[in-house]
Ligand binder design. Sequence first.
Ligand code: HEC
Ligand code: HEC
Length: 296
Amino acid sequence: MRRIIVAILIAAIAAAWWVTAPTTLTAKELPDITPDPVAGERIFWAGGCASCHATPVDGERARGDGKLRLGGGMELDSPYGVFRAPNISPHADGIGGWSMLDFANAMQRGVSPDGRHYYPSFPYTSYAKADPADILHLKAYLDTLPAIAGRVADHSLAFPWSLRRGLGAWKRLYLDATPVIPAGTSNALVEQGRQLVEGLGHCGECHTERDLLGGLRADRWLAGAPSLEGEGRVPGITSAGKNVGSWSDDDIAYYLETGFTPEFDAVGGNMVAVQENMARLTAEDRQAIAAYLKSL
Ligand code: HEC
Ligand code: HEC
């Protein structure tokens, strides 16, 4: 009897180890392209990397060229503890020595070069849905930015959240490269918008309610959510949304470009940083986002 229990225990531990193991891309799976830093700059703004990784200046969010200094250090409060965005500048203290494959695995599989899982406070579950070629362009652009010395202190998380291995089980449930809303359309502008909203722009991370395990609820996609800043709600941005529902495509694109609603209210909260990034995209990208939101 004791032997059977031991055998069952060993099987259970082996199963848990297998379920939580990192899965990574191989070099052969990377797209065969020449990474282009100019294309990568668009991906950088679409992805909002500066919003978390730019080093704060005097305790305030970085502005202007400060957004290109990706030394990290911003603190992100969460129910699990405090996350600190790391240095991702092209310095040895950042991601200076990383290969394209290391970078693709971080961005689209949530796995570090030494095989550890990343916490989803780094929105790789969204970036996993981006075009892999765009990820390589992005790395080429990051390599052109200032190299900043200095490592950031580790996160301050409560047990058991401090154990990374368990994230493997969570990722099996929530890490998925397929579209959130099955592509039911052949409209090229809507598809471009889907890439920007579901993937790079990680709009769902704030605009979608989470389930008990912290995964985004596909059945409540972009329908609004409690604010991460603690108070109030982040509005829904589908065609059923209170504002977006009554705004035209041009109104949405104008809001993303200027930060003003059709009633000339100014954008607020943590949408301000997102809007500043959206202003750096092309007019066509903003129209694509509007077309996708209105298609929901
Ligand atoms: C909402 C905040 C947020 C955004 C936006 C964000 N990141 Fe991060 N990122 C983090 C956090 C937090 C970590 C640390 C995760 C961990 O330790 O598990 C991280 C980790 C990383 C890492 C791993 C660094 C290391 O030293 O192992 C890379 C690479 C990275 N991010 C790149 C990017 C890029 C490129 C973008 C833009 C496309 C981006 N991040 C956008 C919060 C963010
Ligand atoms: C970091 C959290 C966050 C992210 C990421 C985010 N948003 Fe927002 N968004 C907000 C908040 C908060 C508001 C409410 C702003 C206000 O009160 O002025 C908002 C408002 C909006 C509005 C106006 C809606 C209304 O009813 O007034 C639109 C449109 C919008 N977001 C689109 C987007 C798109 C598109 C993306 C992805 C590219 C995105 N958001 C990503 C937090 C976020």
